[in-house]
Design a protein around this ligand. Structure first.
Ligand SMILES: C[S@@+](CC[C@H](N)C(=O)[O-])C[C@H]1O[C@@H](n2cnc3c(N)ncnc32)[C@H](O)[C@@H]1O
Length: 298
């Protein structure tokens, strides 16, 4: 099966029964030479996963470094549930939430408004070329973003540029090859292989977690604390949620559109979706996700 560079031209060749264009993850920015393609897009099935995230379950490694009054930049804030938590931590300091498109940014705005968090400013920006002066923020944060960008080392350099000297640049990314699960369903292995190919064809690196420390070193950071964190889904409720979410994502998200565009038969995606449902229904089903984390002193 061929995998074209999704950032170039990928005609959607599947049926609308599989994928409905609620949003497009294909964004050609004017700021970088390589088009930026966010593999997952912002379909409801993707947002279901992002909106579960909190500062506690996704940024615990950063929380001890936050103090009231700090200014914080949240790069690639997505639907903003973590952003709003971080804003509560640093209030009366201000948070700036950045996304690559206005459409994605609207999701975060809506989250902040719904939760009455009013110390957040919003801006459309590309992490490769942030439209802020040098030394602007005390803390610059990115959760699950560097794995999707064309130049993660350049992105970390840019995050450092806008961070004040002595401030903190923090990033956390999962590592798809380190996902582990039971039962050993072949459909889940196939799902991972397809996802990794698609993410790489979009210029990303799905095994980012293990690389964060080396990217930080390459970006010129001297003082870096590297740790690991996990998510684990093993209760019937968690399995239903995670398995049901991926059963839908593999059929309906931008990823599905890209896979079909690259020649994956729709029947294969239906089979993988059923595999996720099978995992969710397994009484001994267990799945863990490993994340790399870095705290870098600017
Ligand atoms: C996996 S989501 C993470 C969202 C949020 N940080 C969270 O963890 O819930 C990655 C986000 O990064 C954004 N993104 C992708 N490339 C970007 C870039 N070059 N600059 C800024 N944001 C980007 C995507 O639009 C997407 O919303």
């Amino acid at each position: 099966m061929g995998f074209p560079a999704y950032g170039n031209v990928v005609p959607y060749a599947g049926s609308d029964a599989l994928w409905s264009p609620q949003s497009s993850g294909r964004v050609a920015t004017t700021m970088t030479s390589a088009p930026n393609v966010y593999t997952h897009g912002h379909h409801e099935s993707v947002l279901r996963s992002h909106r579960w995230r909190t500062a506690e379950n996704s940024a615990a490694y950063l929380l001890p470094h936050l103090a009231p009054g700090a200014s914080l930049l949240d790069v690639g804030c997505g639907p903003g549930t973590i952003t709003v938590d971080l804003a509560a931590q640093v209030a009366p300091g201000r948070v700036t939430a950045v996304e690559i498109t206005g459409e994605a940014l609207r999701l975060a705005r809506a989250e902040a408004a719904a939760r009455g968090q009013d110390n957040i400013d919003f801006a459309v920006a590309d992490v490769h070329s942030l439209d802020f002066p040098d030394d602007t923020f005390d803390v610059v944060h990115a959760h699950q973003v560097l794995q999707h960008v064309a130049d993660p080392v350049g992105a970390l350099r840019e995050m450092r540029r806008v961070c004040r000297p002595g401030g903190i640049v923090a990033a956390r990314d999962s590592d798809y090859s380190a996902f582990t699960w039971f039962p050993l369903l072949p459909e889940l292995d196939e799902w991972r292989t397809l996802y990794q190919r698609a993410a790489r064809a979009n210029g990303g690196e799905p095994d980012a977690g293990r690389r964060l420390l080396s990217w930080a070193r390459a970006a010129g950071f001297g003082e870096v604390t590297a740790t690991a964190g996990t998510w684990c889904f093993a209760t019937p409720e968690d399995r239903r949620w995670w398995g049901g979410m991926w059963a839908a994502r593999i059929l309906q998200s931008d990823l599905a559109r890209q896979l079909v565009g690259a020649g994956t038969p729709e029947d294969d995606l239906r089979r993988l979706s059923a595999g996720w449902q099978r995992w969710a229904a397994a009484p001994d089903g267990w799945l863990a996700i490993l994340h790399g984390e870095i705290i870098c002193r600017a």
